[in-house]
Design a protein around this ligand. Structure first.
Ligand code: NAG
Ligand code: NAG
Ligand code: NAG
Length: 395
């Protein structure tokens, strides 16, 4: 995959702000700090050091330059560690499906809050809709983001490591180990034994999830892949993110991010990459209010220099052992992933070839919507499409 396309995909998702632990207000939820041990095959890449906002812009131009090398991998390295991952587990008290756990992985530019909008949760929060449908859900801040550890962004925080972190979290959930890591003061809902795990992703988080199910197919019971499809990629320019060094941009919020972590600085950049004003008036879906855009801008979060580039190291193709079901949920007017129009980007024959063991597969396009799917009007119509799909397919 071209670096620019990977970059674009990588930047698509995210939610929490730093160690400012967002208080859990939902009585169905509990904060966790999961010590996840992981070993990953990472790489040393030929990428510029980013120690200032001036460097961040140089990095964007370096990636976007038409004659820049496509392959920047210099050598492979093995990285091991135990990383603290900030997570939130929500369990509906009388939920009919509370032994089925969604594990949601956000994309670049946001943190875990991406899944749980505080504005009108019934309409915009995936977490709220999943709980109301009776399932449990775990959201987390990806490595290098929000309340999670922020390791070396050049060598450690790469997508193969993100896959191993997701895998580690999944194993802890299956083994019934989550509750022992509840933050003190957090009041525990009683967590059942989780019998099945459904992996949900957005953008870079969908790429991470795809990397999991292609390589460790038996460790997932179903997937909802939003804002990414393996049959199409668009080389969205990195410069469109208007990246600033995170710690320079807002020392109060992002002072604990080392050099090599940056943030999409302006609300206009957030709008261009994540929002679409092309509301479908017939369906009453899509478009956004100024309040939604401001909210999206307020929950943006940094990401690291090697995350986008290292997506090229993942297997995003054949998933021989994954039995599904799987749904790809695209936004009709997604700029980052589809160049502004996702219609016609899915190739069912190719998807059938890549996922030979899956019976239940579907591609759905949420009309009137941009890349940040939950931040558009009537986002819950899309959530319901995904939840109905799972239900129809035995989950
Ligand atoms: C790195 O590892 C990959 C996968 O094992 C391999 O295909 C590639 O040739 C290696 N690259 C280098 C520079 O050693
Ligand atoms: C998946 O398969 C591997 C290798 O056969 C096995 O070690 C592991 O326990 C399996 N995991 C699950 C969740 O079934
Ligand atoms: C609006 O949504 C409806 C219902 O999903 C669809 O049939 C129609 O094609 C959409 N219109 C546009 C312009 O996309």
């Amino acid at each position: 995959m071209a670096v620019a396309a990977v970059v674009a995909l990588a930047l698509l998702c995210s939610k929490h702000v730093k160690a400012v632990a967002v208080p859990v207000t939902n009585p169905r939820c509990i904060d966790l700090t999961l010590p996840v041990s992981a070993t990953s095959q990472n790489a040393i890449y030929d990428i510029p050091r980013v120690g200032s906002t001036i460097d961040a812009v140089s990095y964007e131009l370096d990636l976007d330059t038409r004659t820049s090398p496509k392959d920047r991998l210099l050598r492979n390295i093995t990285v091991s560690g135990t990383y603290d991952i900030a997570a939130k587990l929500c369990v509906p008290k009388d939920g009919k499906k509370k032994d089925l756990l969604h594990i949601a992985t956000h994309g670049g530019v946001f943190d875990g809050r991406y899944w749980d909008a505080e504005i009108d949760p019934k309409q915009y929060s995936y977490v709220e809709n999943v709980l109301d449908a009776g399932y449990s859900i775990l959201t987390y801040d990806r490595l290098g983001n929000g309340g999670s550890d922020k390791p070396d962004p050049y060598k450690v925080n790469q997508l193969p490591m993100a896959v191993q972190i997701l895998r580690g979290i999944t194993k802890m959930a299956r083994d019934g180990e989550l509750m022992q890591y509840a933050s003190s003061g957090s009041k525990a809902p009683s967590a059942p034994k989780f019998n099945k795990i459904i992996h949900v992703g957005h953008s870079l988080g969908s790429i991470t999830t795809t990397g999991l199910i292609t390589t460790y197919g038996n460790e997932s019971d179903g997937a909802i892949i939003t804002g990414f499809i393996p049959t199409f990629s668009f080389p969205a320019p990195t410069i469109g993110f208007d990246l600033h060094l995170a710690s320079e941009y807002n020392p109060e919020l992002f002072g604990d991010y080392p050099n090599g972590y940056f943030i999409s600085s302006t609300q206009s950049a957030i709008q261009a990459n994540f929002f679409s004003s092309r509301r479908n008036h017939t369906a009453g879906i899509g478009g956004f209010t100024p309040e939604l855009l401001q909210y999206g801008d307020s929950i943006k979060s940094p990401f690291g220099v090697a995350e986008l580039i290292s997506a090229g190291q993942l297997n995003l193709g054949l998933a021989p052992d994954f039995k599904g079901p799987i749904q790809w949920m695209l936004a009709e007017y997604d700029w980052l992933v589809c160049g502004g129009d996702c219609r016609g980007t899915a190739d069912m024959d190719v998807l059938d070839t890549l996922y030979p063991a899956v019976a239940g597969k579907e591609v759905y396009i949420q009309t009137g919507t941009g890349h940040g799917l939950p931040l558009h009007r009537n986002a819950n119509t899309g959530f319901k499409v995904s939840l109905d799909f799972l239900d129809r397919n035995g989950l």
